[in-house]
Design a protein around this ligand. Structure first.
Ligand SMILES: C[S@@+](CC[C@H](N)C(=O)[O-])C[C@H]1O[C@@H](n2cnc3c(N)ncnc32)[C@H](O)[C@@H]1O
Length: 352
């Protein structure tokens, strides 16, 4: 078989770019952990010696790290002064964890998921699942670190107001369950915004629930936020005005059973807000950078998680609006619509 030289070179170039990105990923996490990006953003332009001094790190490492970052377009280099800096846009992505553009958490997610690579390869052979709890503990923090900026930017200001009547209910004092709450980032943001309401965060993963309790105490909202270790099909309580599920429905082994239980625990005019990763309905329409990231994370984390449970309907993280709607209406909800979206998320409004 003859190879087309030009096409071959394109594939090699793609692989070199991705090899560079893979090797670069731990250096992004290290840059965040050591405050290298933040210092460049605050005090740049800096030489490697100045950055090392300000961050109390070893200059020889920093001298190698900086061009690796500049080659990838993550920092900006001035060859005349031999100094490096971050543009405001680079700083928003790498140095400001309150920005919705902050992306460092996503690198942490990919790296921590990869730590159980051999277990995942074995799961490909057997078809068995890999439970949420089987991942490296860094993953649970990474998920919080990656999603919190999105929720902080959108949840209270855009997503809840896009739901019919929910903002008014919560202002007056509503009962809320946040199902699949993880470390409780969304639960706490809502509790801070709606002091008259009460919130229960629910998650089957005990260490995440313990972390969520700590976060709520630190945020000073523990008086109106509690957490329960339970699945979406088994949590206690009834007559919730508002149930939320953030980036978790597709991780569940029985999303239809989960929907049925949510419906049972809602008031008749209650609302279920489902936040999912952005996806189009057709595979072909997801073959882009976002789809690549989401299918990869789904293969490493979400799909194995659902397969470890009932595996009744394994949605994957790119189920799209139709896939989510079918699961929700099969669970008994009669009304479903897309209420909002961002480049990363779809937000759905479901009613009994
Ligand atoms: C990707 S994390 C999202 C966590 C959190 N909602 C957030 O956005 O930061 C998915 C969460 O779903 C939880 N989960 C998995 N299966 C579940 C189930 N059957 N019922 C409820 N939660 C579940 C996991 O324990 C995990 O905390």
């Amino acid at each position: 078989m003859t190879l087309d030289e030009e096409r071959l070179n394109q594939h090699v170039q793609t692989a070199i770019t991705d090899f560079g990105a893979t090797a670069h990923a731990p250096l992004v996490v290290i840059g965040d952990e050591l405050g290298l990006y933040e210092t460049l953003a605050d005090a740049g332009p800096l030489t490697s010696a100045e950055l090392a001094e300000k961050t109390d790190t070893a200059e020889r490492y920093v001298r190698e790290w900086l061009p690796s970052q500049a080659a990838g377009g993550y920092v900006t280099y001035d060859s005349e002064t031999d100094r490096y800096t971050l543009t405001p846009e680079q700083a928003a992505v790498l140095a400001d964890e309150t920005s919705p553009a902050f992306m460092v958490g996503n690198f942490q997610v990919a790296l921590s998921a990869a730590r159980i690579e051999s277990q995942l390869a074995e799961a490909f052979r057997t078809g068995e699942g890999v439970g949420w709890h089987e991942h490296d503990a860094d993953l649970f923090h990474a998920i919080e670190y990656s999603w919190r900026p999105q929720y902080a930017a959108n949840l209270v200001d855009d997503w809840i107001p896009a739901l019919e009547g929910v903002d008014t209910t919560l202002e007056g004092g509503g009962r809320v369950a946040d199902v699949g709450c993880g470390h409780g980032a969304s639960t706490i943001l809502m509790a801070e915004a709606y002091p008259e309401s009460t919130f229960v965060g629910i998650d089957p993963h005990e260490p995440s629930v313990a972390a969520a309790r700590e976060r709520a105490a630190e945020a000073g909202v523990a008086d109106r936020v509690s957490f329960e270790v339970a699945t979406a099909k088994s949590y206690d309580g009834a007559k919730y005005d508002f149930v939320t599920t953030f980036d978790a429905l597709h991780d569940m082994g029985d999303p239809v059973g989960a929907a049925a239980h949510v419906r049972e625990t809602l008031t008749n005019d209650g609302t279920w807000m489902i936040v999912e990763l952005f996806a189009n309905d057709c595979v072909a329409d997801n073959l882009n950078p976002m789809g690549r990231a989401a299918y990869s994370i789904s293969t490493l984390i979400c799909t194995p998680c659902a397969l470890d449970q009932e595996a009744e309907r394994v949605l994957g993280a790119q189920a799209g609006e139709t896939g989510i709607q079918e699961a929700v209406t099969d669970g008994g909800f009669t009304r479903f619509r897309r209420a909002a979206e961002t480049p990363l998320n779809l937000v759905f409004d479901a009613k009994p």
